[in-house]
Design a protein around this ligand. Structure first.
Ligand code: G3D
Ligand code: MG
Length: 255
């Protein structure tokens, strides 16, 4: 098997307060440093996963701050998105009802079918609330999204506080993306890991390295993956674009 390297931009979306930033921090650990993009009001960080398939999956995770100018910057925020973690809070029914709104907002800008991990967060608080969103309601929502938009959706319930299933949410994203590229197989029952833990044992192993980047650093990182010297990005951007197109068409051929 040839080892390949994949870099995906992932956006974290969902109502304010559902736990997006906490999920990301929990997954990345304490050691990471994010870059904050002032013009977009988002921050992002990169983390690498090594998969048992021999491929390296690198996530660039964009997390929108709660700033009010969202409408003006969302185009930039969504540009180049490969997948989305759509988060609701199981103790907040409004955030569950708003999931469709978030998906539509994203699809308006992304304009292609991106895989989604639907995350029901704060399960540690579920018993404290009378009208909490049940697991079954989450599974139903997953089905509705799949049917309505024809998207590949994985559902998982998490607690960013205790850490439960947080790894699995991101590992699930890696699976969906590799599946979409035709690199791995993914069975339908694997898309609801919260109720079938045996089959959800993710085949994606733990992250082995973390790096942080600023936008400049990210370009350098992309160049590194493509085998270019970082200065070539500045001097010959066209060459890099041609290279990316070549790689994409090769990928399409092999898949
Ligand atoms: P957001 O980025 O989606 O806006 P945050 O949400 O990550 O900022 O989280 C909002 C609040 O919810 C934070 O509390 C955070 O600690 C809490 N939170 C996030 N995930 C969980 C969870 O799984 N369980 C519990 N119990 N709390 C969670 P504060 O008090 O800091 O505002
Ligand atoms: Mg946040």
């Amino acid at each position: 098997m040839t080892n390949r390297s994949f870099l995906f931009k992932i956006v974290l979306i969902g109502d304010g307060g559902v736990g997006k930033t906490t999920l990301r921090r929990r997954w990345m650990g304490e050691g990471f440093v994010t870059s904050y993009i002032l013009t977009v009001g988002a921050d992002f960080a990169v983390k690498t996963l090594n998969t048992p398939y021999g491929h390296e999956v690198k996530f660039q995770i964009w997390d929108l701050g709660g700033q009010p100018h969202f409408k003006e910057v969302r185009k930039t925020f969504y540009a180049g998105t490969a997948g989305a973690l759509v988060v609701y809070d199981v103790t907040d029914r409004k955030s569950y009802n708003n999931v469709f709104g978030w998906i539509e907002e994203m699809l308006k800008h992304v304009k292609q079918k991106v895989p989604i991990v639907l995350v029901g967060n704060k399960i540690d608080l579920r018993n404290n609330v009378p009208d909490a969103i049940t697991t079954e309601e989450g599974i139903n929502l997953r089905k509705e999204i799949t049917e309505k938009y024809g998207l590949d959706v994985l559902f998982i319930e998490t607690s960013a506080k205790t850490g439960e299933n947080v790894d699995k949410a991101f590992q699930g994203m890696a699976k969906l993306l590799l599946h979409q590229l035709g690199v791995i197989e993914l069975k339908e029952e694997e898309k609801i890991p919260v109720i079938s833990p045996a089959s959800s044992q993710s085949e994606v192993t733990e992250a082995t390295s973390e790096i942080s980047v600023d936008p400049r650093g990210l370009l350098n990182e992309i160049c590194r993956i493509l085998g270019f010297d970082e200065t070539e990005w500045q001097n010959e951007p066209q060459k890099i674009l041609t290279k990316i197109k070549e790689i994409v068409s090769k990928m399409n051929e092999t898949n």
